[in-house]
Design a protein around this ligand. Structure first.
Ligand code: CXF
Ligand code: ZN
Length: 380
């Protein structure tokens, strides 16, 4: 057995911000207390990997192992781990769920206060790294997951055990690790979309389409999708998601009036799924006075700000909120979403546009950056 010993394996290391990842041999230390070492089976690429890969300044840092949407098998566990054992199938999540703090115990929040979420290059509990390169130099972590490696070490607060009873396919369950859960959760939990309502989604990547999927299941009457590249969809693809497309030639071109007319006075729910402050402002402007709710999902550049007119906030009665991981609690909600998928209620298949070998990870980056993929699942 490899338990208790360092493991040498392949990882795609980000050596230089924005440059192709380098496939190299790394050493993965054994898990410490409250940690598990995981053999990654599948990992997919999320836009946040690309966003942080490009960052030259903090929270950008190199060398680092990116990747946070994945599924794997527990290889070994550290001290004081009772909830997981070798061989368990687990889904890592960037958002912790300690299950003990007052926030984890409250049904109103998914923001753990025992291990508060932050974009840190270290393990969340002791602030050190489990990765070294062959010269013995430290390699940093990413979002407490670092799945672009055959093996990784993850804190148990960031791991959800799943049951593989009903023949769950790894290349589907993997999607519940970040993007699809985030979108569906935002529609179900954060917004609580009701039957017969109108939803406007800004940005039709995987997150936007997952919001649409959540809204469809809830019985939304109209789902309007706004994107600058309508050509990225096949005929029928948007129909599957029940999305009615509004194409934009530029991001500043949203005609408030058009949305206002289409929705007869504003949408019940607006979702910003891009990460642009100006688009967040537009989304807020497009939701209905009195009860409209705008949910921000997009990851904007660090320190960027949005503008709201105070008078408008006071008079409009609208709600503006952000949502991390769709407001879901990883440990209880991922199994719930998986069951909905197994019951053929929730769609996951149509999000997987590409499957590649892990070795071809840089191609996965190209596909996502060029807007050619939704989810590209890589097999280790
Ligand atoms: C994001 C959410 C905001 C911080 C970075 C990660 N989630 C997943 O992609
Ligand atoms: Zn993500």
């Amino acid at each position: 057995s490899t338990a208790g010993k360092p493991i040498r394996c392949k990882a795609a290391v980000c050596r230089v911000a924005g440059a192709p990842l380098v496939m190299e041999e790394v050493t993965v230390a054994p898990p410490q207390a409250h940690e598990a070492r995981i053999r990654i089976v599948c990992t997919s690429l999320c836009q946040s990997d690309v966003t942080f890969w490009k960052l030259k300044d903090f929270p950008g840092i190199t060398p680092r192992i990116l990747g946070h949407e994945a599924i794997g098998i527990v290889e070994s566990v550290g001290a004081e781990v009772t909830e997981l054992t070798e061989g368990d199938t687990v889904i890592p999540v960037f958002l912790p769920d300690c299950g003990e703090c007052s926030d984890c115990l409250s049904k109103k929040s998914n923001l753990c206060s025992k291990l508060p979420f932050k974009v840190s290059p270290w393990m969340p509990r002791d602030g050190t790294s489990r990765f070294t390169d062959l010269d013995g130099n430290t390699i940093h972590h990413f979002l407490s997951v670092s799945s672009f490696s055959e093996y990784t070490v993850v804190d148990i607060a960031h791991l959800t055990k799943i049951d593989l009873d009903g023949d769950v396919q790894m290349n589907r369950a993997c999607l519940l690790s970040c993007g699809i859960s985030t979108g569906v959760g935002a529609a179900w939990r954060t917004a609580d979309v009701e039957e017969g309502t109108t939803v406007v989604i800004f940005g039709l990547g995987s997150i936007g389409l997952a919001v649409a999927e959540g809204a469809r299941i809830r019985g939304a009457a109209r789902i309007i999708g706004i994107d600058m590249k309508p050509e990225k969809f096949d005929v029928g693809q948007l129909e599957d998601f029940r999305v009615q497309m509004v194409a934009l030639s530029c991001l500043e071109c949203i005609e408030l009036q058009v949305i206002n007319e289409m929705t007869e006075g504003g949408a019940d729910y607006c979702f910003e799924c891009v990460g642009l402050p100006s688009l967040m402002e537009e989304a807020y402007a497009c939701c209905r006075k009195g009860w409209g709710k705008t949910i921000v999902l997009g990851v904007a550049r660090p320190m960027s700000e949005m503008k709201l007119e105070c008078f408008e906030v006071l008079h409009s009665g609208k709600i503006l909120t952000g949502s991390l991981f769709g407001g879901l609690k990883p440990k209880s909600d991922i199994p719930m979403l998986l069951k909905r998928y197994m019951d053929r209620d929730l769609e996951l298949d149509k999000f997987v546009t590409h499957e590649l070998d892990f070795k071809e990870i840089n191609t996965a980056f190209d596909l996502l950056i060029e807007g050619k993929s939704l989810r590209c699942v890589m097999w280790m």
